[in-house]
Design a protein around this ligand. Structure first.
Ligand code: ADP
Length: 291
């Protein structure tokens, strides 16, 4: 009243009382929902990690081999410089994938797989892609290490799934890079009793290679730079019975590789490839591409 009398302006915000229902919601239900949500998120993350990116329990044990269709490889033999011997050996495979009838009619059996052997960076992957590109067939590529999983039996399941996919897409090429990671000799009794998972994966691979029908046109190419550690069973006829050496390029090969890669860059007219090739003895294709 005294303020009114003196004509003083004054104000006060009206505080709304929260309803009891609202306060229960805020103090009990909201935190619970947040915690459960967080838990779910963590769980899902963990599952994703365990399944190698599958993310869903349904993809458990599915191979994550990528499917390359013809347009994406697009690499032809002309993109691989040098390596004439390897190319010649692979031409036969291309021919078989083109017209398998020619071979089956006379009862000839084609090799089921070929092993590309050579130091790193010499173009093994490139050659396998070129075979797919030349034959115009799908190209499945997987690295040996991708088969090795946390749980025993998952690698084997992946092998099974990979071959199932490949059989559906036949004729096609399956390329296994670094096959030595799963194809090591199975003789490690020693400490820890060896690696069960790896062994099972290898066994499954051997079984699948025996099992599938070579006439359908599934060709398995594998690459390794350590052929001496491979299990004998992998190398016997009917499996990887062909060995295609992919060696470091010689002088002419180096020059050719330099030329292939120089096509993509602008050059001064006085660049002498022969001179560079002479100065880089022992360099691999990858190193030359880098230069
Ligand atoms: P590897 O599988 O033998 O380790 P890659 O096939 O992956 O080697 O080769 C790596 C890179 O080196 C290729 O992408 C390519 O650019 C280059 N390269 C290697 N060899 C050759 C070659 N003979 N001709 C052209 N490029 C090559």
């Amino acid at each position: 009243n005294r303020l009114y009398e003196k004509n003083v302006k004054f104000s006060q915000e009206i505080v709304e009382k929260t309803s009891p229902l609202m306060s229960v919601l805020l103090t009990w239900i909201l935190p619970t929902v947040v915690i459960i949500g967080l838990g779910q998120l963590l769980l899902r993350n963990m599952q994703k990690k365990m399944m190698g990116g599958g993310g869903n329990a349904m993809t458990f044990g599915k191979s994550n081999a990528k499917v390359y269709v013809e347009s994406t490889t697009g690499i032809k033999f002309k993109d691989v410089a040098g390596q004439d011997e390897a190319k010649e050996a692979l031409t036969e495979i291309v021919d078989f994938l083109h017209n398998p009838k020619k071979y089956t009619e006379i009862g000839a059996a084609m090799p089921k797989g070929a092993l590309l052997v050579g130091p790193p960076g010499t173009g093994k992957t490139l050659l396998a892609k070129a075979v797919a590109g030349e034959a115009n067939v799908p190209f499945f590529s997987i690295s040996g290490s991708e088969f090795v999983e946390m749980f025993v039996g998952m690698g084997a399941a992946k092998v099974r799934d990979l071959f199932k996919q490949a059989n559906e897409k036949a004729p096609c090429i399956v390329f296994i890079d670094e096959i030595d990671t799963i194809g090591k000799k199975r003789d490690n009794g020693g400490i820890g009793g060896g690696n069960d998972e790896r062994e099972q994966t290898l066994n499954q691979l051997l079984t699948e290679m025996d099992g599938f029908d070579g006439k359908k046109g599934v060709m398995i190419l594998a690459a390794t730079n350590r052929p001496e550690v491979l299990d004998k069973a992998l190398l016997r006829p009917g499996r990887f019975d062909r060995r295609i050496p992919v060696e470091l390029p010689d002088l002419a090969g180096r020059e050719a590789i330099l030329k292939v890669h120089a096509k993509k860059v602008k050059l001064e007219s006085n660049v002498d490839f022969n001179q560079i090739a002479r100065a880089t003895s022992g360099a691999s294709g990858a190193e030359l591409a880098n230069i």
